[in-house]
Design a protein around this ligand. Structure first.
Ligand code: NAP
Length: 314
């Protein structure tokens, strides 16, 4: 077989390949590491990377891998809200989903290129309506979820367990299933599941939440295997203690009980996790951050926390 004709983009690839000391033949299927910006979603991909073609449908840059639509579930507060803000700042068009529409409307109104759409991840009809309105999708952040109750198994509240399963597990499944074709079609898709250290560090009273986050972890792991060879990365970020409305929700609105969780602890802020989400999302297409565990310095295990006494800074 003779040498293929080299188009302008192939020549650019060749130059980059030489600069980066990448070995291999330069031709229509040459791939080089780096960041890629997608110009035309119909461009071919192989192994999760754009393939250089003479038609020049891809451009290769050293800029952060950003752009396209990022969907954030549970974006009405805490980590999801912060993620929407950081992803927008990084250059994504963000779609915020949550049940409290007034809150996501107000947040989206503050942000460039952001939209708010009502979403209840426990309701398939709501997921379908949301995804129809979303359109194209390149990044999905499955963040909606949380814990309900801290009762020991002997006093377990079945409704709480069901609800935790519905949001953290079934919600992640429904959203991922609904958007998967679009994530693949984007040519450079990414799913980020917000798990928890509770998925692998169980604690008394935590069984319902531990079980749900463990199941979400199983989804992350299996999805990565099932998508091997497709242009979609799959990541999980497992936070330790983050000071959000998480404990207020867990304890049914009991403010004193929620405040006691964070008393004397320099907990993570929602922005800390949003920065991690944005870091994962902006890696070059060939870099899959499988798993990121992030805790406050004051936390060694889910239930091992260093608390400062009042008036002390040690
Ligand atoms: N805070 C922590 O210490 C911590 C640690 C590890 C992991 N996480 C995980 O981080 C994620 C975010 O929690 P957070 O700390 O940011 O708590 P948060 O402030 O309570 O936020 C939870 C978000 O989930 C949304 N949500 C709940 N049920 C939903 C449903 N059925 N459909 C759509 N959205 C729903 C809520 O929105 P609406 O109520 O408006 O629907 C809210 O935006 C959760 O998955 C949580 O398990 C948190």
């Amino acid at each position: 077989m003779g040498e293929p004709d080299l188009g302008p983009l192939d020549l650019a690839v060749a130059r980059l390949a030489a600069e980066r000391a990448v070995t291999g033949r330069v031709g229509p299927s040459t791939q080089v590491p780096g960041s890629y910006r997608l110009l035309d979603r119909t461009g071919p991909v192989a192994g999760g990377r754009p393939v250089a073609t003479p038609s020049g449908r891809w451009t290769i840059t050293n800029e952060p891998n950003t752009g396209g639509t990022a969907v954030v579930t549970g974006a009405s507060s805490g980590i999801g809200e912060a993620a929407a803000r950081h992803l927008t700042a990084a250059g994504f068009d963000v779609v915020l989903g949550a049940r409290r529409v007034d809150r996501i409307d107000a947040i989206a109104a503050e942000l460039p290129r952001a939209r708010a759409i009502a979403l209840d991840v426990t309701d398939q009809a709501s997921v379908d309506a949301f995804c129809t309105e979303v359109g194209d999708c390149r990044v999905l952040v499955n963040n909606a979820g949380g814990a309900l109750g801290l009762e020991p198994i002997a006093q377990a509240d079945e409704e709480n367990w069901r609800q935790m399963w519905e949001t953290n597990v079934m919600g992640t499944l429904r959203m991922t299933r609904a958007l998967l074709d679009r994530l693949i079609a984007s040519g450079d898709g990414l799913v980020i599941n917000i798990g928890s250290v509770a998925s692998f560090e169980r604690y008394p009273g935590g069984a319902g939440y531990n079980a749900a986050k463990s199941a979400e972890r199983a989804i992350t792991d299996v999805l990565r295997m099932e998508l091997l060879g497709k242009p979609v990365r799959v990541s999980e970020i497992d936070p330790g203690m983050v000071e959000t409305a998480f404990s207020l929700v867990r304890f049914g609105g009991d403010e004193d009980r929620a405040a006691a969780v964070y008393a004397g602890v320099d907990a993570l802020r929602a922005d800390d996790i949003a920065e991690c989400i944005t870091f994962v999302a902006t890696r070059p297409s060939h870099v899959d951050i499988d798993e990121m565990i992030v805790r406050p310095r004051d936390q060694a295990r889910a239930h091992m926390v260093h608390r400062r006494k009042p008036e002390s800074d040690s």
